[in-house]
Design a protein around this ligand. Sequence first.
Ligand SMILES: Nc1nc2c(ncn2[C@@H]2O[C@H](COP(=O)(O)OP(=O)(O)O)[C@@H](O)[C@H]2O)c(=O)[nH]1
Ligand SMILES: [Mg+2]
Length: 301
Amino acid sequence: MDIDHIIDGVARRNNRAIAKGISLVENGDERTDRLLTSLDQRLIDEAVVLGITGPPGAGKSTLTDKLVKTSRELEKRIGVVAIDPSSPLTGGAIHGDRIRMMQHALDRDVVVRSMATRGRLGGLCASAGASVRIMAAGGCNPIIIETVGVGQSEMDIISLADVTALVSAPGLGDDIQALKAGLLEVADIMVVNKADKPGAEMLAMELSEVARGKGREVLKTVASEGKGVEELFRTMLSIFDQQRASGESRRRRREAREREVVDWALEMLRPVLRERGAEDGGEYSGDPRVRARAIVDRILR
Ligand SMILES: Nc1nc2c(ncn2[C@@H]2O[C@H](COP(=O)(O)OP(=O)(O)O)[C@@H](O)[C@H]2O)c(=O)[nH]1
Ligand SMILES: [Mg+2]
């Protein structure tokens, strides 16, 4: 597919063109800029991006799948960007996700893309951001970003979302402490999934205390049975409406865009830096930090 066909195809909501467009971004293809500048900004502005995050095993993928179902019942064309941690620990889960998402494969109004984090030095936020925009320009609204809530790059990714749900579940052990420490900051809504399991009520009570202080809601779901999912979907959309009315969404999007710009710039600099570092006989000698500063100083000069 040549670039004009991709550009035209995205505008005509062709899923294959959307997939090809995202591949251009991921492969660092030189025609990427042409594609990205061709996208319909009005559709991008309108599309709401829903973030689903939380520890491994909380039920994020199950929930995402059910949110897709709900969205389709409401006749909304939906996109999903699933950030794969691709770690040996969760390798099995990813296979499960593929199978789960297969049932939507024939639905022309479901666009799914997964992105690996393994073997990647950076640029994930940049790629994810561009993918979201391509999906939006291809008529998807809403778009879900599903990512495990660990690490800085995942935190950057979740900032691409307008409204973020932090998913937890009983029986995950120590993860809950970590959850309270870091992720609560980015959560617009807290979800206690696996509400069918013992300990869910207790967890919901614990989280409610934290949530109340921040003016956040706690919702309970049984993702595997689809329980509470439509309420979650509607609540997330209504939070977005409030944010849009108050100007909060504009502020957040501006901040996210700045993060993306930095991420793209670092991606573009990476090969240059590697090349400069290899100069002077190809030896990285001396203290690495001092060397790095010398290289950066030379570029800025
Ligand atoms: N009992 C119960 N199990 C669930 C529920 N939601 C998901 N699961 C199961 O929990 C496991 C992990 O779910 P998954 O969606 O892959 O979690 P993720 O790692 O957060 O994406 C799977 O075996 C699911 O079938 C739920 O509401 N109740
Ligand atoms: Mg998952």
